[in-house]
Design a protein around this ligand. Structure first.
Ligand code: CIR
Length: 252
């Protein structure tokens, strides 16, 4: 069970962040309203949510998940792989220090939290355009000290591992077609997002409730047999910047 979350509101420079999307620029006012709904949703699930102010000069800093990997024993400050995001970590350390002893990914390692999926004592670590082999090895070594095992997976589609693969409870992974049948998740049941609903793979399980993006009815229908409560949140203004539900918070 998570008791806390750390989030950061998007700042005025949010539309200048990194994106591969061809959608129109995000509407900041709407993004702020969607952020507020996200925070309220986490609170309704029992989390105390710390909402950090925008970090000027870091337009992607609202995607706090990429700056740390948090387990019960430690918070690993990452070294984000996009040069424009590397400096975000100094802004998250102060927020995490009261909660956990800190560890760090060091150069030449790079690692984005979006590439890290925890399922119990096991971690799936994606090697992507943002997370390199060295970063993956460093994280696996830090986690091993605390009794966690890791599988390192090549991310061949999507920005991050969790753009395509998430744990949805009941021994089940929600995956895009690119990850369906991947040997690393052979021990799990799999739900494959239908074509045109790949974005819904970024669904997050928080304290027994699935939070999924609004507007993906066929994926929702596939999740319903899990018999978990499902909450839909509109993340349209985060999708425009390649972000979604997992990346807007650090959950601890
Ligand atoms: C980026 O490209 O870094 C941001 N615009 C989006 C980051 C999304 N993070 C995530 O999925 N963990």
């Amino acid at each position: 069970m998570f008791s806390h979350a750390i989030t950061r509101i998007p700042g005025p420079d949010y539309p200048k962040g990194l994106t591969t999307s061809t959608l129109p620029a995000p509407d900041l006012e709407l993004a702020l309203r969607q952020h507020d709904a996200y925070v309220r949703c986490l609170e309704s699930l029992g989390l105390t949510v710390e909402v950090l102010p925008a970090a000027p000069g870091f337009p992607d800093a609202c995607f706090v998940e990429d700056t740390a990997v948090v387990v019960r024993e430690t918070a690993v400050i990452t070294r984000p792989g996009a040069p424009s995001r590397t400096g975000e970590t100094v802004h998250i350390e102060a927020a995490l220090a009261p909660h956990r002893p800190l560890a760090r990914i060091k150069a030449p390692g790079t690692l984005d939290g979006g590439d890290i999926l925890q399922v119990g004592k096991h971690f799936f670590i994606g090697v992507s355009d943002r997370t390199n082999d060295e970063g993956a090895r460093q994280l696996a070594a830090i986690l091993a000290v605390h009794g966690y095992e890791s599988s390192i997976i090549k991310v061949a589609a999507g920005l991050h591992l969790k753009s395509s693969l998430n744990f949805v409870g009941e021994d089940t992974m929600l995956v895009t077609a690119d990850f369906a049948g991947h040997p690393a998740i052979a021990d799990f049941k799999q739900i494959v997002c239908p074509a045109d609903e790949e974005y819904a793979a970024n669904t997050v399980l928080v304290n027994g409730t699935l939070i999924m993006p609004t507007g993906y009815p066929r994926t929702r229908a596939l999740l319903e047999p899990l018999n978990l409560p499902i909450v839909e949140l509109d993340t349209s203004e985060y999708r425009k910047m390649d972000g979604g539900l997992t990346c807007l918070s650090l959950r601890l």
